[in-house]
Design a protein around this ligand. Structure first.
Ligand code: BTN
Length: 250
């Protein structure tokens, strides 16, 4: 098991920002930063992530790999493994089956319960830092009105209130396990786990790229974490940094 450092904060703007700003002082390969409340939780595509309450798990796993062990290409698998690790924990703890919406949302009954934001610092082709930020709505009885129609919490969906620390510990165990697999080049089990929970198998999707909208059929992900889609008879690979996406009927 990994020897991790654990930093627990009562309040911070964003645990991802904290991890990036303080990475220099982290002495372990893996550091977990959790905050009870975030004032400026961040999501993908510069969106805000509501986490100004203490009912969710708001945390970042900061990985400083040993030099040369993780290549920049392997970093693309980090959000994939984080989503697999989180989905696995949700199913293990709550006994319900979540669905992964590419690239990094976890849905329960078609509503978002968790978002993942991965950021990295690569210096001269060397991966210096990977920050995996995970936000899960756990014990909210009601969602913030701004997101109530698209987001949910585990308590709302299952009626079960679970201690936040227990969920974070379980996810970190899974992340450490999968990270070890990535280090040893054993990536197939991570993609397989992702596909097990995926909502993207032959789903009709619409996506927006450079302000244009397209409809396609999603086929799953490749070993880089890119979404494989079939559009107008052609196979295309989508990069998560460039698209917004909807699954029809979800
Ligand atoms: C998304 O929905 O686009 C991703 C949301 C990621 C939220 C988590 S909460 C912990 C960490 N700190 C942040 O500011 N963001 C991530």
């Amino acid at each position: 098991m990994y020897d991790m450092e654990f930093i627990k904060l009562p309040y911070i703007n964003s645990t991802n920002t904290y991890a990036k700003d303080n990475a220099k002082s982290f002495s372990k390969e893996i550091t977990l930063i959790q905050s009870e409340v975030q004032s400026h939780g961040r999501g993908r595509l510069d969106r805000a992530f509501i986490s100004d309450n203490s009912q969710g798990a708001w945390f970042s796993v900061a990985i400083k790999p040993e030099k040369g062990i993780i290549t920049p290409e392997m970093v693309l698998l980090m959000p994939v493994m984080a989503a697999s690790a989180t989905a696995l924990t949700i199913e293990t703890v709550y006994g319900i089956r979540p669905g992964i919406k590419w690239p990094n949302d976890i849905l329960i009954n078609s509503k978002k319960a968790c978002g993942i934001l991965c950021e990295s610092r690569i210096i001269h082709n060397d991966v210096y830092l990977v920050v995996i930020g995970i936000g899960i709505n756990l014990n909210q009885k009601k969602m913030h009105p701004d997101i109530a129609d698209i987001a949910t919490s585990l308590l709302i969906e299952t009626g079960t209130e679970v201690p936040i620390d227990l969920i974070i510990q379980n996810i970190c165990g899974n992340v450490a396990f999968f990270y070890d697999k990535i280090k040893h080049g054993e990536t197939a089990c991570i993609i397989d786990k992702w596909n097990e929970y995926s909502l993207m198998n032959n789903a009709v999707i619409t996506y927006t790229k450079e302000q244009l909208s397209y409809t396609a059929i999603s086929k799953g992900i490749n070993t880089d974490g890119r979404l494989i889609i079939e559009q107008d008879g052609k196979i295309i690979y989508l990069d998560s940094s460039e698209v917004r996406l909807k699954i029809q009927g979800v």
